[in-house]
Ligand binder design. Structure first.
Ligand code: NAD
Length: 495
């Protein structure tokens, strides 16, 4: 039996009126498990108005009380990790340890936001002129919206909503229609944590719901994470509608391996970064740039590790690589491998599987002799496919990285500090790992790419997240000294 997946408005599940719906599947079996109802523009309007009413009371709630709600929310996430992780695996497909991992990383964003009493401290300048002081504060925006991708149905919403809510905003989440249930689970945890009704809202839907959020007068800011074409479009539409927008897009992350690198460490790192979460991570490594003599031993070391990876249902604790999100995406990934082969690359390990095995599986795939004009190099594949480009020098590697459309993450493996220093100085990428394959910043730094991986200038979470969800106000005050106090050391006559 399939379940109906609806909205969350005003602190409670909300029956949907929209007639447009989409099936939700278990990617490991291909079975339909649910049906998600898409919000109409009228429903979005009603939900945003409820959120706007709630925002007013929430911004007046003292900081310490807001922090207490966040502390309780964090504890509820910890206590419910098992159930939430199982829900993520059932709709998204990732292995259960990855699902628990994404909840743990999301919780770090909540932990950061519990420090809101410190994070919102303003600045004060005394006596800028005679009797005049200036102070600056940061105030919430009102209603802010988050539009999130399928690959992290818990972590990415938490990147956004923890800071947005801590800052005193009401947050409206439009999750991916492919795995929409985790958003409702989060909504119920917020309720249990004591968040006032209407401060956290979930609107299920697709483009129509997103457009209604962009066009709504009461939505002040849009935080988006997803593919680059949609990120670019939402940034343009949102900016035209006068909204503050941060729109994080896709990626093609390169890992450079120098000849002096610890090849075993580099191979382990490449395997984890390329095939973990079946490659459906915006920080996945999808290209290795093997410099000179590093190439042959590195490729052999990676190849030797692949037969040990178990492909299967993510709910099984022994699985290493789960299914892809949908049949259409599986077909797309397989088509890229075929295109690479036709373009002259060498498929050393082939993860293409027949359709009749059930579920949307592509196994770990390793491709040598990739060159920069091939579609397997230029495009984000978003699957367990690792291409190796052989290069002669660090300069050539950096040139390729800097010329690429995307600029999310990159890594270098080397024992030479000078080489790594030159690399981090030159490379046009937002997040860099030195002997670290997936350099996702901790929650108290901020996350974001360059070039086609981010539209707007605010990175996600951390200090930049606090800035994004608040706006500055500067107050200049004049208070003349009271005549009685001109000489503060002379006792007043009445005393
Ligand atoms: P997507 O762009 O298809 O969808 C993202 C969100 O936008 C979803 O909520 C979806 O319903 C909505 N959407 C889709 N089409 C829309 C349209 N035409 N108008 C308005 N809204 C629309 O992305 P996805 O397939 O869910 O996620 C995978 C992508 O996300 C990959 O490209 C991946 O690299 C990227 N991603 C980036 C980061 C990052 O931090 N840079 C993190 C995670 C995922």
């Amino acid at each position: 039996m399939t379940k109906l997946i609806e909205h969350w408005i005003g602190g409670a599940p909300s029956s949907a009126r929209g007639s447009r719906r989409a099936p939700v599947f278990n990617p490991a079996t291909g079975e339909q498990t649910g049906e998600v109802v898409f919000a109409t523009a009228a429903e979005v309007d009603g939900a945003v108005k409820a959120a706007a009413a709630a925002a007013q009371g929430w911004r007046e709630t003292p900081l310490a009380r807001r922090a207490q709600v966040l502390f309780r929310f964090r504890e509820l996430l910890a206590a419910n990790t098992g159930e939430l992780a199982a829900l993520v695996t059932a709709e998204q497909g990732k292995v259960i340890s990855d699902a628990r991992g994404e909840i743990a990383r999301g919780m770090e964003s909540v932990e950061f936001a519990t420090g809101i009493t410190q994070l919102l401290k303003g600045e004060f300048s005394e006596q800028v002129s005679a009797g005049i002081d200036v102070h600056s504060v940061r105030q919430p925006l009102g209603v802010v919206a988050g539009i999130t991708p399928f690959n992290f149905p818990v972590m990415v919403p938490l990147w956004m909503c923890a800071n947005a809510i801590a800052c005193g905003n009401a947050f409206v989440l439009k999750p991916s229609e492919k795995d929409p249930s985790a958003a409702l689970f989060l909504a119920d945890l917020w309720r249990q944590a004591g968040l006032p009704d209407g401060v956290f809202t979930v609107m299920q839907g697709d483009k129509e719901a997103v457009d209604a959020l962009i066009e709504h007068h009461d939505v002040a800011a849009l935080s988006f994470v997803g593919s680059t074409p949609i990120a670019r479009a939402i940034y343009a539409k949102g900016a035209a509608a006068g909204k503050r927008v941060q729109a994080l897009g896709g990626a093609k992350n390169h890992m450079v391996v120098m000849p002096d690198a610890d090849i075993e460490l580099a191979a382990d790192s490449a395997v984890v970064a390329a095939y973990g979460a079946a490659g459906e991570r915006c920080m996945a490594v999808s290209v290795v740039l093997a410099v000179g003599a590093a190439a042959d031993p590195l490729i052999e070391s990676i190849r030797a590790r692949l037969p040990g990876l178990v492909v299967g249902d993510g709910a099984d604790e022994t699985t290493d690589v789960g299914p892809l999100i949908s049949a259409a995406h599986r077909d797309r990934v397989r088509d890229y491998i075929t295109a690479g082969e036709q373009d002259g690359a060498m498929v050393l390990v082939d993860g293409r599987r027949p359709d009749d095995i059930g579920g949307y599986f592509v196994g770990p795939t390793l491709i040598d002799a990739v060159t920069p004009e091939m579609s397997i190099y230029t495009d984000e594949i978003f699957g367990p496919v690792l291409g190796v480009v052989r290069v002669d020098s660090l300069e050539q590697a950096v040139g390729l990285i800097n010329d690429h459309e995307f600029g999310n993450g990159t890594a270098i493996f080397t024992r030479d500090g000078g080489v790594s220093r030159r690399f981090q100085f030159e490379v046009k990428i937002g997040m860099v790992g030195i002997n670290v394959p997936i350099p996702v910043p901790v929650a108290y730094h901020s996350f974001g790419g360059w070039k086609g991986s981010l539209f707007g200038d605010a990175h996600m979470y951390g200090p930049e997240g606090i800035n994004f969800f608040t706006r500055g106000k500067v107050v200049t005050t004049r208070w003349s000294d009271s005549p009685e106090l001109t000489d503060p050391f002379t006792p007043r006559t009445s005393e």
